[in-house]
Design a protein around this ligand. Sequence first.
Ligand code: DAH
Length: 364
Amino acid sequence: MTDQVNDPVQEVEATREAFEREFERFARFTTAAADVSSLKDAEAELRSLADLRVRHAGKKSAITAAKKLIGRVPGEQRASFGQLVQKTEAHITDSLDAAELALKTFIETARIARETIDVTIPGRRPRPAHLHPITLMRQRIEDIFVSLGYAVEDDREIETDFYNFDALNIPEGHPARDPQDTFYTTQGFALRSQTSTVQIHAMQRRGAPVRMIAPGRVFRRDTPDPTHNPMFFQVEGLCVDRGITMAHLKGTLAEFVHRLFGPDTKTRFRPSYFPFTEPSAEVDYSCFQCGGEGCRICKWSGWIELGGSGMVHPNVLRAANVDPEEFTGFAFGLGIDRTCARIYELDDIRLLFENDLRFLEQFR
Ligand code: DAH
């Protein structure tokens, strides 16, 4: 080649050909039918196309450079050379614009399709939440005692021997520790075996007088069976004031069963023994199902056991720094899950702890 500088017309044609070669693969994108398989592809092609535009129609493109060649074109050919450059440039930008429009149209349509909501698809039915039967039972009990002026105490489940036993008048070696055997941590703490521990905490915190109930979880070293579980729920009650007598205890629990089971419910107190009360009594109520006639629920006795109760032992008051010369009190302890199982006629108390939704969903 002798002449290093090409003929300007050839130069413009070469520019057009170079563009044509690279643009070829974009020619399939027409508004009539953009031949592209997915939204992702279309987005990628649009980016390559923008690239192509920079290279073939931008400031540093060959066609922009070709415009300057007009100085080398003889005067009489300049007009036609100008036209050629213009035509070529228009061809390049028109081709780019057409492909770009096709891709953008495709992308927009695909995006709309993706975001469209099919209002005819059946909705997902929300599952309404509901409370656990033990929680429902606990709330009913709390409501009654709160309306009688009792505070609701919530206390720790891990205890020292002092709160679980000693302060409740159960010294080391006392036989009452046996049926209350529980789980111990390696640091010598015990999972409380009764909510009676809260009596001590409440009196230490509030002093006397005090009226409180304490619902909560307790633990025993029991093997699970239809009537036992190593973890269950109790409500403790405590009322300490000047001049409190057994009559207050009886009246309070009678009122409680009236509100829980109906105004015709009777109560019965049987002498019993608990280390932390003196005297102590076991409380029964007349069966809510048969009213005392005898039926399956009360095992044909007419009575259902509510729990233990009694007059707070002076040693317990002393352990909590309450003067037994000035104050007396009564206390009681009821099983929440036991009452729950009775009311719902559950044959097996473990149903309450298995978390089987098919069972739990029946209680609302
Ligand atoms: N803590 C006793 C138990 O778990 C129940 C109980 C009995 C609580 C008599 C009391 C009470 O407050 O006075 O078996």
